[in-house]
Design a protein around this ligand. Structure first.
Ligand code: F6R
Length: 591
């Protein structure tokens, strides 16, 4: 699962309102059901949970009115077990003296469950998570010692997980393996959360647990151990308060707010500490073999970075999808640099790619938005794009931030072969955004209702065709396909008829003539054509004008803006909540 978990233990305040508030702030990570458990004054754990978003479940179950100074909360994005009230977390053990919230996957839950059932444990859900509650119960009953119960339990679990367990004696116990877990520390409370956003409204002091750490938190403080039971200390880090600024401001949705934030986020991405960017650039310059990896939108950045890297540095860059990485390891050695790109820095496929590459001797560089993420910490050098929290599930400002930072790195190494000028790019994006009403009109007035959208582009425009299609699919639930324009005649042309709408990414660079021919090929089959270009042409049924860019490698930064806007307005037209598309979560922390 890619869920949000939070546990709070406070010496002063009733925790339920803070648990609900935290879940709202982290809702972008997962959102099909929600639950809270608190320890009431009677020392009984009480659990309330149900299907829906945080506000819906709260208004039907009055979560905020639960009593208790200790509690745990969860918002779920289902993987094992359907979306039902029973499958929502927290999951209590048989006696209801322990309750658990969990993020990740327990791969061996079926044999563990069989074993526990044989011992007489009663399961109420279909989830993998529930085995944790029963294992803890089993071991705690044997030893009456939370540390021993945790050590025994984690020794039996296989998979990747972060979980927080609440015990009826008022303690919280948590553990992490390949899923994020961070502890917030304030004067009168501790917070155990999957994301710093879970507690940043209360404290900026955070302890990042390492992989294979267990923390037991009670009124005396937080005690941390390795999975081998050795006590360890994890330093307290101050996290940036700006992250807490996660309201929508004047905008109707986070997605449109974040699209507009690109006016400044493309600049923010390039402000880097000198010593870090120097080592980052030197590492790329010295590499014999460079592999760029990422997932989804961050993979599209990897494609752009690889093309631009080859051109600027006259050196081979190989883009590899993170989910395909493990099948393409043969060329990786100690001369290899893997550049891993990720907004969240928690994507399981990306983390697993870097782990494998590291084991094969490669150096790891990363570009992330969340500078405290697992990927940032796993890299030899990591640069952050400084975009601020991206709450909308669809990646928007993180994409242009990643491209801007990659371009400024390549410019620095190549002596300016790309010519990325942050102020000029920011001005051009600002002008594109000023035309948002025209895109809204295109969606609501000019565009017929369509089921199939195609996007054509060559060279550096091809990744934008893919990115535009991804935005349309996830935001508006419309089938959309990015096609390398030269490939049309090798198959996709068979799909073109009067029902197709085709975006043609066609500024007047060296791809112009060939892409115009492709536009003619689809027009002849009756398709409607929307040109994205700096030069008009009668062939376009509608045209979105983009500014002329000095270097063709810079076009992606402006071409993507109308496609993001188009997808957003299409989502609204199709009555879809653009911030929370169905079946998707912001951080995909499972493989
Ligand atoms: C697309 C989108 C996803 C992410 C992908 C990788 O809009 O949001 O495709 O790009 O899940 O996420 P990060 O960049 O966090 O590794």
């Amino acid at each position: 699962m890619c869920c949000s978990i939070i546990g709070i233990i406070s010496s002063k305040n009733v925790v339920a309102p803070a648990l609900v508030d935290s879940l709202k702030r982290m809702e972008y990570r997962g959102y099909d059901s929600v639950g809270v458990a608190t320890l009431a004054t009677t020392n009984r754990i009480s659990v309330r949970k149900g299907i829906g978003k945080v506000n819906q479940v709260n208004s039907s179950l009055n979560l905020t009115e639960m009593e208790g100074f200790v509690g745990i909360g969860h918002s779920r994005w289902a993987t094992h077990g359907g979306v039902t009230d029973y499958n929502a977390h927290p999951h209590p053990c048989c006696t209801e003296d322990i309750a658990v919230v969990h993020n990740g996957i327990i791969e061996n839950y079926l044999p563990l469950k069989e074993e526990l059932v044989k011992k007489g444990h009663r399961f109420r859900s279909e989830t993998d998570t529930e085995v944790i509650a029963h294992l803890l119960e089993d071991h705690y009953n044997a030893s009456r010692d939370i540390k021993a119960a945790m050590l025994e339990t984690v020794s039996q679990l296989e998979g990747s997980y972060a979980f927080v367990a609440m015990f009826a004696n008022g303690s919280l116990a948590c553990a992490r393996l390949d899923e994020p877990l961070v502890i917030g520390v304030s004067d009168n409370a501790y917070y155990a959360s999957s994301d710093v956003l879970g507690f940043l409204q209360y404290t900026d002091q955070a302890m990042f647990l390492d992989n294979r750490d267990i923390a037991i938190i009670d009124r005396d403080g937080a005690h941390i151990f390795t999975f081998a039971g050795e006590p360890v200390t994890r330093g307290v880090t101050k996290v940036a308060w700006e992250l807490a600024d996660v309201n929508k401001g004047e905008f109707a949705h986070y997605t449109i707010k974040e699209i507009f934030e690109q006016r400044t986020s493309v600049k923010a991405a390039t402000y880097q500490e000198e010593h870090k960017i120097k080592v980052f650039c030197d590492t790329i310059a010295a590499a014999g073999n460079i592999i760029v990896t990422g997932s989804g939108t961050s993979y599209h950045t990897s494609l752009i970075t690889s093309m631009a890297g080859c051109r600027a540095l006259k050196k081979r860059f190989e883009p590899v999808m993170a989910s395909e990485f493990k099948y393409n390891m043969d060329s990786i050695d100690k001369d290899t640099v893997v550049l891993a790109i990720s907004q969240s820095g928690e994507t399981a496929d990306v983390l697993s790619a870097t782990k494998l590459a590291r084991a094969a001797g490669a150096k790891i560089l990363s570009i992330v938005n969340v500078s405290t993420s697992s990927l940032a910490r796993a890299a030899d050098v990591s640069l952050a794009i400084n975009s601020g929290p991206e709450i909308g599930v669809a990646a928007t400002k993180s994409f242009t931030g990643q491209v801007s930072l990659a371009y400024s790195v390549l410019d620095r190494i190549s002596g300016g072969r790309i010519g990325f000028d942050r102020d000029a790019v920011s001005d051009k994006i600002t002008k594109m955004l000023a035309g948002s009403a025209a895109i809204e009109r295109l969606v609501n007035v000019t565009m017929p209702k369509v089921n199939d959208i195609y996007l054509l582009g060559r060279s550096i425009h091809f990744p934008i065709a893919l990115e535009g299609a991804l935005k349309m699919k996830e935001l508006a639930y419309v089938h959309a396909e990015g096609i390398a324009a030269g490939e049309l005649k090798h198959g996709p042309l068979a799909l073109m008829d009067k029902n197709a709408v085709v975006f043609v990414l066609n500024p007047d660079d060296k791809t112009y003539g060939d892409t115009l021919s492709s536009a003619h090929e689809v027009k002849t089959r009756g398709a409607k054509i929307i040109g994205i270009s700096n030069v008009s042409n009668d062939i376009y049924d509608a045209m979105i004008e983009i500014p002329k860019m000095e270097n063709e490698l810079l076009y992606p930064l402006v071409e993507v803006i109308p496609l993001q806007l188009f997808s957003y307005y299409l989502a609204l037209r199709n009555n879809v909540d653009p911030d929370f598309p169905r079946n998707l979560a912001k951080s995909v922390t499972v493989k």
